[in-house]
Design a protein around this ligand. Structure first.
Ligand code: GLA
Length: 375
């Protein structure tokens, strides 16, 4: 794009991806999650371009860019543009201070790998424009408008976890977030002598958006049935196993299974947070394995590749736990591995994965990191 020749950024933002230690699909059921940002980031460079409304965005990774006018924002047929446009659409509802700008993106965060590159982009755009034009949006407003952008422009009816983790994380901690009240607590993630090793399956099955929205609907169906008997119930967060069992015959097996998973997953988040605070990593690891079992057989958002990796990890006493992280249908598994065994584990599991699926596994270590920031 022409503007790149004269691009002199006024501002650089680092916007991170996230892992979620445990608590999958609980956020839109108003339950608990335990995520943190990681050092895999999208870097966004911004400059004002002294026009009133002409904007240009270029992605170095795609070697692609697009232009738009602030006065005519609408949904694009190019999926990735909607993360930017959706955020702009929300920001413009809240302020008239935005003017023409240019933005260059560069990322080391693998896309579609369950590490929330979408939230990183949305929040990075919101954060950058907030700084560039002094919009005075609070962090929570940026989190919330980025989530709405994902609903309206991208089409995923996501919960709040990814955007919250991308913006609010602090290095060395996971966030225990109550997705109903948005109360949160930073819990130190003391893992030594263990490390978090991510294994990128290299697959992201197309089901991610459509099936995600189907799961959300199934949970809502469950809530509607349970509410007939227990009128104060607003979400699966308010439902105990006993209450669910008493309504089991009124719902389809699928709806029952989805609700069952969410209720148990919420309980696991609280158990994992407690175990982490007590330094009991064995318990955390065990909960990760249980959570994967739930994701795979009760909630059915796993896939053969992720299941294979988690099963393989179970052979190692040096691996305390493993599970697929993120929305599902591929992406990464997260493994808690003793530092002395990392090299051997990664080598052996990569060989086995290549043999089974013909795909090169991409392993990398992650550490809990800071949320979106100016650099
Ligand atoms: C995606 C969504 C999140 C959350 C996870 C599953 O990442 O964006 O809101 O629901 O899936 O836990």
């Amino acid at each position: 794009m022409e503007f790149l020749k004269r691009f002199k950024p006024d501002l650089t933002i680092s916007s991170p991806g996230r892992i979620n230690l445990i608590g999958e699909h609980t956020d839109y059921n108003l339950g608990y999650v335990l995520p943190t940002a990681i050092e895999k980031i999208i870097e966004l460079k911004f400059q004002k371009n002294s026009t009133s409304s002409a904007c240009r965005v270029y992605s170095k990774d795609f070697d692609k860019g697009f232009e738009f006018d602030l006065k005519r924002i609408s949904v694009s047929t190019e999926a990735w543009e909607n993360y930017v446009l959706g955020v702009l659409n929300e920001i413009l509802k809240r302020t008239d201070k935005v003017r023409g700008f240019d933005c260059v993106l560069e990322s080391n965060l693998p896309l579609g790998s369950g590490l929330s590159s979408s939230a990183a982009l949305e929040c990075g755009i919101a954060f950058g424009l907030n700084e560039l034009f002094d919009l005075k949006l609070s962090k929570m407003e940026m989190v919330s408008l980025s989530q709405i952008a994902e609903h309206t422009y991208v089409g995923t009816q996501c919960g709040i976890m990814d955007q919250f983790a991308s913006v609010m994380s602090e290095a060395g901690h996971v966030i225990l977030l109550d997705c109903r009240s948005l109360e949160h607590q930073l819990i130190p993630m003391k893992l030594h002598p263990y490390k978090i090793i991510m294994l990128n399956t290299g697959v992201s099955h197309n089901l991610a958006t459509s099936e995600y929205n189907v799961r959300k609907k199934e949970c809502e169906e469950g809530v509607a049935i349970i509410k007939e008997k227990y009128p104060t119930v607003e979400s699966l967060r308010d439902v105990s196993e006993k209450m669910l069992e008493s309504c089991k015959l009124k719902m389809t097996d699928i709806v029952y299974r989805r609700c069952h998973f969410i209720i148990n997953e919420n309980a696991r988040v609280l158990q994992a947070a407690k175990a982490l605070q007590e330094g009991n990593l064995e318990v955390v690891g065990q909960l990760l394995y249980e959570a994967h079992e739930g994701i795979s057989t009760w909630y059915e958002v796993s896939c053969a590749e992720s299941d294979f990796l988690v099963e393989f990890s179970k052979k190692y006493i040096e691996v305390l736990g493993a599970r697929q992280t993120g929305g599902g249908f591929g992406g990464c598994t997260m493994n808690i591995v003793h530092e002395d065994a990392v090299e051997r584990f990664v080598q052996e599991i990569s060989d086995a994965y290549k043999k089974r699926f013909g795909i090169e596994l991409s392993p990398f270590e992650v550490r809990p990191s800071n949320g979106t920031q100016v650099i």
